[in-house]
Design a protein around this ligand. Sequence first.
Ligand SMILES: [Zn+2]
Length: 379
Amino acid sequence: MVNQDRLVKSFCNLVATASVSGREGAMRDLLIQAMLERGLKATEDAAAEIVNGESGNLLVQVPGNTPGKKLLLAAHMDTVEPGEGIRAVIENGIIRSQGDTILGADDKAAIAAIIEALDVMRENRLAHADLEILFTVGEEQGLKGAKAFDFSGLQAEAGYVLDAGGDPGCIVIQSPCQNEIEYEVYGRAAHAGINPEEGINAIHLAAKALSAMPSGRIDHETTCNFGLISGGKARNIVAEYCHIKGEARSLSRPKLDELTERLTRTFCEEVEKQGGRAKTAVTLLYPEISLKPDDDVVRLAASAARSIGLQPRLIKTGGGSDASIIHGAGIPCVNLGVGMQKVHTCQEFIKVSDLTTVTRLILAIIQQAIEKQPDASGN
Ligand SMILES: [Zn+2]
């Protein structure tokens, strides 16, 4: 039923339309038009202003023609750089860029598959329940679009983000929660050669504090990192100030909370012990997904995969995605493998067969969501 030529053409057209994060205006216009041609209305929210970009998120409501579980399908419109002037090259069943840009299969493979699924549904008059489709902006900048989206108006009972790196059939059921942690040390400036004893060196204090803190892998599901450090004004001035930015993540919220508390407490204690003053700030970047194989949202995707001959693979990941935000907003949500490979590099590619398979998977998920009618034999 999937029209592979049409699907590939549509994918190539999507990647040729540049949509680097913050500059998704042309992609928004393309999608509004694509939906219009299919009798659907894509509504833009007010996120553009919040994320400081050209476009907001797009929501498309597809009314069902039969009862069943209401689903949300989601993909992101934006790409990383270099993402201008992308031209897809197809060779031996593989689609790549010309080598000087990314391809943008992340996440336009998902967008192309969703559009093709809509066409197949319409052409074959397939039965389906209500569908909500969300195209987000600013995903690559830290899930900015999804964070700015108001999920309270949605009806969906299960969400499927199509933005994972594995093959179609991969279902990400666990992903971490993450805190950004900022550490600041305030010391006292003095001349480094004339009166250093009157100073308190903020860099030295930060170093002492950090050496007393854990770093890297904490356990099989918990990590932390110090990623940025800056401070001081000149070689010959005792540094008055030092700033460190780090993170902590875990698949378990209690473990994240405990680790964050331990990090910030140790930092403050160590700095104050040495006569400095410390300040810390914690921001939850995204919440965890912790689903089990028998949760509805997982079971539905797994049986959809099996129904088209795929072996479902339930996996966990170390990073967040739009699925983290959707799940956190109360719609049970998994992230599905799309088959995109070497993403965020100029070697990014996707197999034509995976584009087709992920479209069939979307159709199978929509099919699985239809309410099963009790059969006439009374079984
Ligand atoms: Zn992505």
